[in-house]
Design a protein around this ligand. Sequence first.
Ligand code: CMC
Length: 436
Amino acid sequence: MADTLTITDNRTGRQYEVPINYGTYEDYGASSPAIDLRKIKGSEEDFGLLSYDPAYMNTASCKSAVTFIDGDRGILRYRGYPIEQLAEESSYLEVAYLTLFGELPTESELAGWTYEILHHTFVHENVKKLMDGFHHDAHPMGMFVSTVAALSTFYPEAREVHDADVRLKQIHRLIAKVPTIAAFAYRHSIGLPYIYPDNELSFTGNFLNMMFRISEPAYDPDPVLERALDLLFILHVDHEQNCSASVMRGIGSSHADPYVSVAGAAAALYGPLHGGANEQVLRMLNEIRTVDRVPEYVERAKKGEFRLMGFGHRVYKNYDPRARILKSMASEVLEVTGRSPLLDLAMELERIALEDEYFVERNLYPNVDFYSGIIYKAMGFPVDMFPVLFAIPRTAGWLAQWLEMLQDPEQKIARPRQVYVGKDERDYQVIEKRGV
Ligand code: CMC
């Protein structure tokens, strides 16, 4: 196979040869450096060709070894390991380690890593005071984003982003403290006292403790729910160059510290087209209310009146493998928490949509958010907390992307170009001459 591309510029008749690069798989991800297009000029003074790609539909912004997705075949792997195997065999903290450092930890590495994370869960008392300042009905995601950004002021050394030891310390802190901040945001919103971390519990057991403990002297998490949450966290760790990961890399590329970078990424996640979708799924199901109204809503979605939340994906044009795992887990959780009519509604919606030509033609399948919201709801999490629950494990993925970006010699400060379509140069007019 020839490893170059010959481009003929029909304006000048000149030919250019540009290299074709491959990733791990030759049939997936062949690319040409876009900067080579700049050589293609209509005339000597010409700036050269730019590739125009709104929303980065076909632009690779980095080389990455973290996550592999084949959207057509519904494949997701972290560091080469299929998500189904990790979901079955691993734990969130182990997967976070794998994602960040590239290999599964040995027994002693995992013990050390777990110890570090479980011993950085407390936040400074002033963080608590800062959170007290939010209005009683503040959205927990707004509180989460702001508080994570504020950590930057508590750990000023974090700006030493080229020091590997400093970086590792902030990674421990961030992964450990995001559940505490998330739980405090929730407790604040319902006016309950904050519960301090219990480092004797597992990562997810402690999170459930900080969320839901009332007056019990020690919290005893339900093992099915503890495992279900751990599984949800595994599935949400990373998803390669999505909107929030790109923001993480974008902010990090200016060498800002990881706290403000994670806060920015979390802000991107908040939107209803990204991590806010699970919240919207629940709102949509509550609006549909009964199974007999499903066809009417499907028709409305087809007319473009609204989007079926939890359906469709920029990359997956097949069933999202995370949704498949969650669909079967939903039944297990509901055995503990009690059957939910929302699950019946969701399954009917999925059945009708998957048979409908509109959805089939456009390859619109359920995505991870379709079932995660139902499970979170059954576990007692309020809808407002859903994007925060997404942000907790995704923090590990954002940090993995950030580490990779900082250590990649080909990366620089992110700075896309634009195609200017505004006015040509013109002279300033004094106000009296501008007419009515
Ligand atoms: N319901 C109805 N129609 C849809 C939907 C939907 N959920 N999603 C896409 N379409 C239609 C869209 O109207 C368009 O139709 P047409 O070709 O006739 O104009 C076609 O499908 C292609 O849509 P698109 O907007 O060009 O696709 P995209 O790749 O830009 O959008 C998406 C991807 C996820 C933003 C979109 O599918 C969507 O808005 N889904 C609902 C929100 C959602 O569930 N988001 C969570 C994504 S998964 C979590 C994550 O990884 O962040």
